[in-house]
Design a protein around this ligand. Structure first.
Ligand SMILES: C[S@@+](CC[C@H](N)C(=O)[O-])C[C@H]1O[C@@H](n2cnc3c(N)ncnc32)[C@H](O)[C@@H]1O
Length: 193
């Protein structure tokens, strides 16, 4: 069975890479390793291997799609660089940033050129012109024995809350068979207001 799953995954990945399309992409997102969609920088080839988990059943996935269809009604989606997106915000608007996490995602999401320091500069500019910003970023890992050290300027953020994200998906897969105790993950939510 496991062999069939991998073969089918590779077939759909090859189909996507030959001709990128939404249906294949959706399947790959739900079934690839740790849900981490990784593209080669050189040619954009989707290279993530098949995940060891059993993908979400089609009926459960369909229910989620219906729910998100309801929640996102009226929303406008745009694919553009964060600098362009943020420049559209007006005083009093709220910008939420969920950038690639600096300690674990440098090679993911085509984020090789992303620099957190640049984003922090843009956020400082937002604060100056009255645009509110919420930023989620690496928090504690491994039950809090390491708090990720980030180059955040003093005074940029007024508040910080830790958001419990449950178990780390990557660690869960890496530790298969071992206990999960002590592998909780928290993200930091930093607010300029
Ligand atoms: C942590 S993920 C965001 C996940 C998303 N909030 C979600 O829940 O699915 C970081 C995202 O930043 C995007 N990204 C990287 N560089 C960017 C840039 N310069 N401008 C806009 N987005 C960028 C990546 O493609 C990736 O989708």
């Amino acid at each position: 069975m496991a062999g069939e799953k991998v073969a089918e995954y590779e077939r759909i990945k090859a189909s996507y890479n030959a001709k990128p399309n939404g249906a294949d992409y959706l399947f790959l997102c739900r079934s690839c390793y740790a849900g981490v969609v990784r593209f080669r920088q050189a040619d954009g080839y989707m290279s993530t291997p098949c995940g060891p988990h059993t993908p979400i059943p089609p009926a459960s996935f369909a229910a989620r799609v219906d729910e998100w269809h309801r929640r996102t009604k009226g929303a406008e989606f745009a694919r553009l660089d964060y600098r362009d997106a943020i420049s559209r915000a007006k005083p009093g608007d709220l910008v939420y940033c969920d950038p690639p996490y600096t300690h674990s995602q440098a090679i993911l999401y085509g984020a090789q050129t992303f620099r957190l320091a640049d984003l922090l500069g843009v956020i400082a500019e937002c604060k100056r012109r009255g645009v509110y910003v919420a930023l989620s970023i690496d928090g504690t890992k491994r039950s809090g024995d390491k708090v990720c050290d980030l180059p955040i300027p003093n005074g940029l953020f007024e508040r910080e809350v830790l958001v419990n994200c449950g178990r780390s998906m990557l660690r869960r897969l890496q530790m298969s068979g071992q206990t999960l105790e002590g592998e909780g993950v928290a993200d930091r939510l930093l607010l300029t207001y």
